[in-house]
Design a binder for this molecule. Structure first.
Ligand code: CA
Length: 225
């Protein structure tokens, strides 16, 4: 488990790094918000948990927390705060922090809270993707829109899942071909366009925002950014 420590006080950083390493965590350190955002934009190599000091130079801890939540809604964040003020904790929790520890804190308490936040995350693996008013159930592979249940054939739900995992990305025909149809199909075939047509007919009622938009010369995307 990798912990990102966002803290500008080097004594606290060194205390946390030593302690967490001794408990079997790997650690990464950011001394301000910009370093933290860099450490978070590395995809699968990113942290499993963030310890966030609220009093940072430059970008405030609150602003950073908002940024983290926009990028990674499920990433556990524990606030480290010297401020004993109730409003600070409430503000942090309202911004999406999972928990907080008030400095000076006991290391045992911090580790217990870190493990608890990680456990909670593991239990809440999402089973549904939601984009605008479209819901897709990952277990039953069915979609719902405006109370309407939408049955999907295998290639259709595979394609919809791909779009919903990257809702604002333009997906090229080649990408869709690769991910959904694999090598069974000739790249030159129009099977992607045909299936996009099937999906559109199922997803879009006449009075609804059209989903799966053609981007000329590039491919398709589910919705505009
Ligand atoms: Ca600080």
């Amino acid at each position: 488990m990798k912990v990102l420590i966002v803290e500008d006080d080097r004594r606290i950083v060194s205390f946390l790094v030593k302690g967490l390493n001794a408990e079997g965590f790997t650690t990464a350190v950011a001394y301000d918000g910009h370093e933290a955002l860099e450490a978070l934009s590395v995809g699968d190599e990113g942290p499993d948990l963030v310890l966030l000091d609220l009093g940072l130079p430059g970008m405030s801890g609150y602003e950073l927390l908002g940024n983290i939540r926009d990028r990674s809604p499920a990433l556990p964040v524990i606030i480290l705060t010297a401020r004993g003020e109730v409003e600070d904790k409430v503000r942090g929790l309202n911004l999406g922090a999972n928990d907080y520890v008030t400095k000076p804190f006991s290391f045992a308490e911090l580790v217990a809270r870190a493990r608890s936040a990680l456990r909670t995350r593991e239990q809440s693996v999402p089973t549904e993707l939601v984009v605008r008013d479209l819901h897709f159930d990952l277990l039953t592979k069915t979609a719902h829109r405006n109370g309407r249940r939408i049955e999907l054939a295998q290639r259709e739900w595979a394609m919809l899942e791909l779009f919903m995992r990257h809702p604002t990305h333009v997906m090229s025909r080649a990408q869709i071909m690769n991910e959904v149809f694999g090598y069974d199909f000739d790249v030159a075939s129009n099977v992607v366009d045909v299936y996009v047509g099937y999906l559109r007919r199922k997803l879009n009622a006449s009075d609804e925002e059209p989903l799966i938009v053609t981007v000329r010369g590039a491919g398709y995307r589910l919705v505009a950014p």
